[in-house]
Design a binder for this molecule. Structure first.
Ligand SMILES: NC(=O)c1ccc[n+]([C@@H]2O[C@H](COP(=O)([O-])OP(=O)(O)OC[C@H]3O[C@@H](n4cnc5c(N)ncnc54)[C@H](O)[C@@H]3O)[C@@H](O)[C@H]2O)c1
Length: 253
């Protein structure tokens, strides 16, 4: 039987690259995304794609239930959803932005896990992969809700590993460094604006503390997802694995 895979917020960004990598291995891949245009494009490319705002708990539950029913279970859940959130000092953050950041970047992970866990436990197998960030291992000035959510994703992952290990289900987090693409360009531009410095200066700072000083390529995240989903990772659970070229010192913002 093909591997049954669900990936949140993955009709665009690097989640789409992860989805395509699973599909190329013959997996039956479901993705959801809030952006209808990207969902149409992903569906045209052969993925099972649905419009869902993962911050809408009922909509996310409904999507997961549909995925479980379609495949009579699920082998791999990748919680990829996460928004950059506001770039501001703590006292200047709009509380609604805080709530929205946590709803997408943290609560959606909890909610999708809670929905798939009974089916994975019943099957006695499954792999949950939560996308955190190097921001889940360090602080970053001006990014409090994002950083708080990404640390919490690792705490959630470790708790899942404890609860699910006895049932044959594994849970791991991936901590990407700065990934090449539009998202990172936007993050750098907003930080440069907030600090009144050039974007090139911010980019230089992001890379200077890395042992391998370049941005991560999306397929480098996909490779780790495929590994963690595979039997080769059968004894790996509860880990937060960075794909960041090794962060020696973190940019402080
Ligand atoms: N890009 C990076 O440098 C980087 C680094 C570390 C961690 N991450 C994390 O990796 C994950 C993917 O990052 P990315 O750069 O591909 O993200 P992205 O900003 O490119 O967004 C990916 C997709 O998420 C969708 N999305 C946004 N809000 C949504 C919502 N409420 N409901 C459903 N879909 C929604 C977007 O439409 C988009 O198609 C995120 O969790 C992000 O925090 C990214």
């Amino acid at each position: 039987m093909s591997l049954r895979v669900a990936i949140t917020a993955a009709a665009g960004g690097f989640g789409l690259v992860v989805a395509r990598a699973f599909a190329a291995e013959g997996a039956d891949v479901h993705v959801c995304d809030v952006d209808g245009g990207t969902v149409d494009a992903a569906a045209a490319a052969g993925l099972r794609a649905s419009v869902v705002d993962v911050a809408d708990g009922a909509a996310l539950d409904g999507w997961i239930d549909g995925v479980l029913a379609a495949g009579d279970g699920l082998d791999v859940l990748v919680n990829n959803a996460g928004i950059a959130g506001p770039t501001a000092l703590i006292e200047d953050i709009d509380p609604d932005d805080w709530e929205r950041s946590l709803a997408v970047t943290l609560t959606s992970h909890y909610r999708a896990c809670a929905r798939v866990v009974p089916a994975m436990k019943a099957a006695g197998s499954g792999s949950i992969i939560n996308i955190s960030s190097t921001a889940g291992q360090h602080g970053i000035g001006l990014r409090a809700p994002y950083v708080a959510a990404k640390w919490a994703v690792i705490g959630l992952t470790k708790t899942l590993a404890i609860e699910l290990g006895p049932h044959g289900v594994r849970a791991n987090a991936i901590c990407p460094g700065s990934v090449a693409g539009d998202r990172m360009r936007g993050v750098i531009a907003r930080e440069a604006d907030a600090r009144g410095v050039a974007a090139a200066e911010v980019e230089r700072e992001y890379l200077e503390g890395q042992s391998i000083a370049r941005f991560v390529q999306p397929d480098e995240i996909a490779d780790l997802c495929l590994f963690l989903a595979s039997d080769a990772a059968r004894m790996i659970s509860g880990q937060a694995i960075a794909v960041d070229g090794h962060t020696e010192t973190f940019h402080i913002g």
